[in-house]
Design a protein around this ligand. Sequence first.
Ligand code: NAD
Length: 498
Amino acid sequence: MIEVRSPADGRPAGSVPTEGPDRVQAVASALRAAQPAWEDLGPDGRKRVLLEWGDWFLDNERRLGELVQAESGKAWADASLEPAMSVDLINHYARHAAEYLAVRKVRAHGPVGLTKRLEVRYRPHQLVGVITPWNGPIGAPMLDTAAALMAGASVLTKPSEVTPLAWREAVRGFTDDVSAPPVLACVTGGGETGSAVVDEVDMVMFTGSTRTGRAIAQRCAERLIPCSLELGGKDPMIVLADADVDRAVHAAVWGGMFNSGQACVSVERVYVEAPIYDEFVAKATEAVRNIRQGTDAPGMFQFEVGAMATAEQLEIVERHVGDAVDRGARITTGGKRREPGLYFEPTVLIDVDHSMLCMRDETFGPTLPIMKVADEVEAVRLANDSPYGLSACVFSRDVERARSLSTRLEAGAVNLNNSLVNLFQFNLPQGGWKQSGLGSRFGGEAGLLKFCKAQAVVSDRVALPEPYWFPTSKLKGRIIGRAARFMGANDWRRRLGR
Ligand code: NAD
């Protein structure tokens, strides 16, 4: 059994079994057996089931938020976001799936193609595996589960062993309370259970660290099955001298501290043009100092920043801050752990550079390292100086200037004069570049079609014999050759074969 404890105070939050390969295989078989009928229901039938699940989320909103909070130590403001976001995701995919899955008509190619009718239809992978990390116990699995179910797949989920409780309850709600067809399951355990999922499914959707993502991609390559990976990030924010400094500070502080900095698209490093650097640092320090930290009672909305989810993550943050200070950085506020519980004080670091861990590796904690840059050229160079490319943001009062600068950024999503908000645009295809990901993400049509196989269908408008059909003959060969030359050539000399 895995005992889950609250990172806020160490209290037991619940326990789940570690499920091994045999159990995973049995669950996978049952899901496969149920999938054909689920696909046959069509998008409208599936929509009815998913919308009922959305209603169930609303009816159980507070209880689910409490479970999220108990296992993650989030502030209530962060915990309560997850059921709400889940409802939004369910609604989005339930309402758009029919349009996304509609058969596409394709124009035939060349004069011979005029006799053909071409279309592309989308069929789901029968069994999709969704493996997720601990920073969004319900939100992370839902980002893909709603889309995969609406695509017509059966879905085998494996939440993080750190936070399995709320998601397991959400899946129980789908099966027991909504009485939905048995096309969604949750298996629990650590990396080995995840590995067993990868070995059973037809497509893997993984969200988590780059290291695990690489291992999963290798296994998927061996099995020749597709995978889509959403991995780590080190998202930069660029603040140009003509920016609205107050807005940029708000966005940097929220973007860096949201969910205690444990968001894939967190603002992890800030580059500020020299003329406004001092003002930005002073205001950011003040704003971060004013953050209230703790894990409040449900419904209180008393704190902005909660606990870190694991002791290991807290140690990473501590190590990054310590390394920065050892190399000459200064802390303007925060900088140390706060006990009891797994808390790290919201922290601002200045005098940082790219020799430091906090500017190179993913910190995934409530820190805001701020670096002075001479101009936008240096800002772009430093922003791109990273193996990651998840998202980025640019601040300037001149939006066209910010837009133009964003075309030089190596990132799968860019927010102009804002931070993090790309995460909530469920209609926007997005995914990490470089070591931040492979494949596409939750947004819109792309987010649903990634769970499908495209099937090309050719039919005849008029049932004529095909010119290439047997038997061959000299005369037929000559006619076909001439016709192909006539249609393929770009000038009259070649057309006429001279
Ligand atoms: P992790 O990679 O350690 O674990 C993620 C999941 O993979 C867990 O459920 C884990 O049990 C499972 N797992 C571990 N080894 C496995 C294996 N060999 N085969 C199959 N599954 C395996 O990540 P984490 O520490 O839980 O989460 C933090 C990371 O997630 C950070 O790097 C963060 O940036 C990333 N993340 C990325 C996004 C995104 O959308 N890009 C979103 C949230 C988090």
